[in-house]
Design a protein around this ligand. Structure first.
Ligand SMILES: [Zn+2]
Length: 258
């Protein structure tokens, strides 16, 4: 039995015994990722929110089971999830105001599209980690001539943004959904260890999942075809045009901020 707040040392020895591996534990105040495990060879580096210092015995067991088996440890995942939610709610409100989120567009509803993705493509990804929020970006004139950030994911605020110029009847819903998929995938794989030490990149796991996505090919084709017009309209600060047809060659654009 461990009495009182759990030190990181206590966690390390408990988990080492449970998982039969070397575990390094640190505490953080990251609300969005209360549990984060990164592997460095045989060593598991585990970052836990401070509230784990008060985890009761059953939650400690659930965390170990979840680290060992992931979602397959169904009961453990459910218990852990519920406990984390309760801890999070008990935390004092954050000082920084959350940015205003607007999911309902004139033509496309990001919340509905994201709900669909969370139920299908991402049904396994956000068990412990909170789902990212989604919003249309602010309508401001774009300065860029040759590029446009159609979507982005901010790991600090855990928010996915889609460029408002895409809120148009002429932009197919499946294309907006694909952009959301791409950015939510960044949130899902945020802590995947990458060889360059960065997590914001399209690594092999990212590419594998993106290429398996049902609309991937046609989304790329649509994007290549319509990007010049989208850029033009973003510069005017207006939604996508009524007729998008002209194809321009030679334009290189980064569609996503990594
Ligand atoms: Zn990306």
């Amino acid at each position: 039995m461990i009495a009182g707040p759990l030190s990181t040392d206590a966690w390390e020895s408990f988990l080492a015994e449970q998982l039969q591996r070397v575990v390094r534990v640190s505490y953080s105040r990251a609300r969005n990722t209360p549990v984060e495990a990164v592997f460095e060879g045989p060593v598991m580096r585990l970052r836990l929110h401070r509230f784990f210092a008060g985890a009761p015995e059953s939650v400690r067991g659930s965390l170990a089971a979840w680290l060992r088996s992931g979602r397959r440890a169904r009961r453990a995942s459910t218990e852990l999830d519920a406990w984390i939610d309760a801890q999070r709610e008990a935390l004092p409100p954050q000082k920084r105001r959350r940015p205003r989120l607007t999911t309902a567009g004139t033509h496309h509803d990001l919340a509905a599209l994201a709900t669909e993705l969370f139920a299908t493509e991402f049904s396994e990804d956000f068990i412990v980690r909170r789902r990212p929020a989604t919003t249309w970006g602010r309508r401001a004139r774009s300065q860029a001539r040759r590029s446009l950030t159609l979507g982005s994911y901010d790991p600090h605020t855990h928010i996915v943004r889609i460029h408002p110029t895409l809120d148009s009847a002429k932009v197919p819903e499946w294309f907006v959904r694909y952009l959301l998929f791409h950015e939510i995938l960044h949130a899902a794989l945020e802590h995947e260890p990458a060889c360059d030490g960065s997590h914001r990149f399209h690594g092999s796991a990212f590419r594998r999942r993106e290429e398996a996505y049902r609309d991937y090919e046609r989304a790329l084709r649509w994007q290549n075809r319509h990007l010049p017009r989208l850029i033009k309209h973003a510069r005017k600060g207006s939604p996508a045009p009524q007729a998008v047809d002209r194809r321009r060659r030679g334009i290189q654009a980064w569609l996503f901020r990594l």
